[in-house]
Structure formats: C-alpha cells, structure tokens
Design a protein. Structure first.
Length: 460
C-alpha cells in the first residue's frame, strides 16, 4: 500500500508538472491526489500507525476499544487534525493578506503607479518596473503583485512584443522580491510558520544574492529592449461612481496596509501567536480606515457597485487550493514512512546540503517551486528535532539556500511558478519563447546569486 500511495503521488506530481500539456488544473489535481492518498491511508491505517506512532497508539487504546472505528478516530484526531492545523494557519494568513490587497486595489491605492510608469525610455521603464515590482512583492506577495502590475502594463504598452518583455520582467522581479521576505511567497511563508526560519535572518541571508541574480538578469535583458516604447493613453478605471479617494486618503490606506504587513513578524515575535492573527488584526484596522474614508459612499447604494478585482480573487483562491492539495499529498506520504526511508538513503549517499539544494532547484524548474519546498519540509523537518538528519539540513543556512535555489530554479521555466503560468495565460507568452529568450539570462543570474550566497555561507 505504501508503494501505491507513492505511485499516486508521483503521478499527481507528473500531471502538475505537465499542466500546460494535459490542460488539467494543478490545484484540482493536487486536491484530488491528496484526498485519494488519505483514503488509502485510512483503509490500511493499522499498519501505518503501528509503524509510525506506536507509543501514542498504545496510550490511546488504554481508554478505547480495539476496533476499526477506534483506528479511524485515532487517525482523524491525532494525525490528520495536526496537518489541518498547519494548513489552516497558512490559509488564514493568505486570506487575510489577499483581502488587504483587494481593499487597497479596489480603492485605487495602486493607481498612481501608472503615473510613475508612463515613460517612453525603455531602460528607465525596465528598472522602474522591476524596482516597483520587487518592493511590492516583498511587502505583499508575488502572485498578487503580478496580477496588479500585469493589469497596469497591459493597457499601458500597445506593442505586443514590448508588452511581452516587460510582463516577463514583472514575473522575474516578483519572484525575486517575494523570495527575500517570509511574507512574500507561499514557500517562505510555510518555512516561517513551520519555525524553520526567522524573518530577519532569512532576509539578511537572501537580500544580496537575490538582488545580484535579478540585476544580472536585467542587465542581459537590456540588449533586447526597443529604442522607444509605444504607450497607450489610458484613463483611471471606473469604480462605480467614477470618483476616487483623494491622494492623501489613498496614501493613508496604502501606508496602513503595507506598514501593517511589515509589522506582522514583529507581532509574532512579541506575542508568539500565529502570524495569521497579526494579518487579521491589520485587515481589521484597514477595514476601519476604509469605512472612514468611504463613509459618504457607505450611506448610499454606490458602494455596492465598486469594481472588485476578480482576477486577483481567482488567482489567489487557486493558489490556496493548490497549497491545500499539496499539503494533503505530502502529509499522507510522510505518515506512510516513505519519506523517512528516503531521508535515510540521502543521509547515507549525499555528503552535504550544498549538493541537495541546487539539485532541488533544478527539479523545481520542471515540477514547480511550491511542491519542491513543501516536499523538502515534509522530508527534513519531522526528523530534525529527533537528531536523525545528520549534516543534512542541520545548519541554519540550509533553508535560505533551499529557498533561493527553488525560487530561481522555478523561474528558469515559465511553468516553474504560479506567477509564470499566470504570465502565459494573461499575456500569451509561450513556453518556447520563454525558453529561448529568458531562460539563459535567468540561468546566468541564478549562477551569479548562488556564488554570492555560497561565499556568504562559507564566511559565516
């Protein structure tokens, strides 16, 4: 049965990696595969429980009869609920931060970015767009940033080839910016909630290598830029009553939203409560400010006509469901003992984590960075406290190294990240075009940043 669960998981990961070919939504595949794995696990529960949880199960049986129902209750209450709690912590955080971004976007807090980006100088637009995307993705999250910036650039640039280049810059900068903070990407958020990294140390390890990688890639992309950009005359988006908040009001809401997100790690460090509580607190405060700024509209029926960013809702909801499915898959695989056996094999045949991380980075180009990171957490983290890891992932620098390699490795191909898939859907960027024009430049940046990070690890 263990081999059947492994086979189902591998087949599900194969379908996820080939989504652009088989046209199956990876979130749906992940959820269905995760549920199937747990159904098989429950069906053969006694075998797995005796192998992985003998002490807890014997203690449970002292107050319960030995029946099939008792086994199922033990699985539901002592095993499955633990993974549900871990998953819910991340999902609630994502729901809160997504709502914060939607409130800001729906009130025009990002509309002034269009004013800053209206330039016909290709190089200036390249660096300005990359810088804004990098900062926003570090403060919000990379997927929400990609949706917002693609929505701005698409009606701004008329030429299709030029729009394709700058849209790719958005994805590259968003993936890099999201990789340097614990709230910028779903992978780094999971590392933080699992207690594997701290916000400050994580940022200090990755900010310089990621910046080196991004700058190297952008310098190589500058040679493909046109001599002049063809812009389109745009008007502010219609928001129901065709009136916007004043600039001070929008800046106030933006400061509350962005500043609140930055305060979440401090909130967690002071209170030791889960990060999603801090995110909910920020959302509540922004909600109050939103109602104060829109109190005139709230007294009429005009507020209900305000435009809601449906693309942002859909992309983030799919991302959340995808994360839930992957969590279920790797949780079931962990409980079968298969990952423990794999860890033993790695410990015996792989000398150190500096070999593992780049290999996983290469795998993330095909499989995606999120499955690779979640699988690595399921593989290494449960045995870290037990001292069964040896030199593998035993140092504090392994997880930032893994985060860097998987983030940049996932960017090597357009299918390696959810943001890259979104680029293909929204801008029509093909896999072959990305492979020919972008992958070599990203690979050069990847290598440059990895050299800087390796040097820092050797020094410190």
């Amino acid at each position: 049965m263990t081999f059947i669960i492994i086979a189902i998981t591998l087949f599900g990961l194969f379908l996820i990696a080939t989504e652009t070919v088989n046209r199956m939504n990876k979130a749906a595949v992940a959820m269905f595969t995760g549920v199937c794995c747990w159904l098989l696990y429950v069906y053969h529960g006694p075998m797995f429980i005796v192998s992985e949880h003998p002490v807890e199960f014997v203690s449970y049986l002292t107050s319960h009869p030995i029946t099939l129902r008792s086994v199922k209750e033990f699985i539901a209450t002592h095993i499955f609920l633990g993974y549900v709690a871990q998953c819910a912590e991340v999902v609630l955080f994502l729901l809160a931060t997504t709502s914060i971004v939607e409130v800001l976007n729906n009130n025009g807090c990002f509309d002034f970015l269009t004013e800053w980006l209206r330039t016909r100088q290709p190089k200036k637009l390249l660096w300005l767009l990359a810088g804004l995307t990098f900062l926003l993705s570090a403060n919000l999250d990379n997927l929400a940033t990609v949706v917002l910036l693609l929505g701005i650039v698409h009606p701004l640039i008329s030429n299709e080839r030029e729009r394709r280049i700058y849209s790719t810059v958005i994805v590259l900068a968003a993936n890099c910016g999201g990789a340097i903070t614990v709230i910028g990407d779903l992978t780094s958020l999971r590392l933080w909630t699992a207690g594997l990294v701290t916000p400050t140390a994580y940022f200090m390890w990755l900010v310089v290598p990621v910046c080196v990688a991004l700058i190297t890639t952008l310098l190589l992309m500058m040679h493909t830029l046109p001599t002049r950009i063809q812009l389109v005359n745009t008007t502010p988006p219609y928001r129901g009553d065709d009136t916007l908040l004043t600039r001070p009001q929008r800046l106030l809401m933006l400061l509350v939203g962005i500043g609140g997100l930055w305060f979440i790690p401090t909130f967690h460090r002071i209170t030791l409560l889960p990060p999603f509580l801090g995110a909910l607190c920020v959302l509540a405060l922004l909600w109050i400010v939103n109602e104060l700024c829109n109190r005139t509209l709230l007294q009429s029926d005009l507020m209900v006509r305000k435009r809601t960013p449906l693309a942002l809702q859909y992309a983030n909801l799919q991302n959340i469901l995808y994360f839930i499915g992957l969590t279920l898959m790797f949780a079931a695989l962990t409980e079968t003992g298969a990952l423990r056996m794999l860890l033993t094999f790695i410990h015996e045949h792989v000398p150190c984590d500096y070999v593992i991380a780049p290999v996983l980075g290469g795998i993330s180009a095909f499989l995606g960075n999120l499955p690779v990171v979640l699988g690595s957490i399921s593989l290494f983290h449960p045995y870290e406290a037990a001292g069964a890891m040896g030199s593998i992932a035993g140092g504090s620098n392994f997880w930032p190294l893994l985060s860097y390699t998987t983030a940049m490795g996932g960017t090597l191909l357009s299918t390696g990240t959810i943001a890259g898939l979104l680029l293909m859907r929204m801008e029509g960027v093909t896999f072959s075009w990305y492979l020919r024009h972008i992958t070599p430049k990203v690979l050069a940046g990847f290598a440059a940043g990895l050299l800087v990070l390796s040097a820092a690890i050797c020094l410190f």
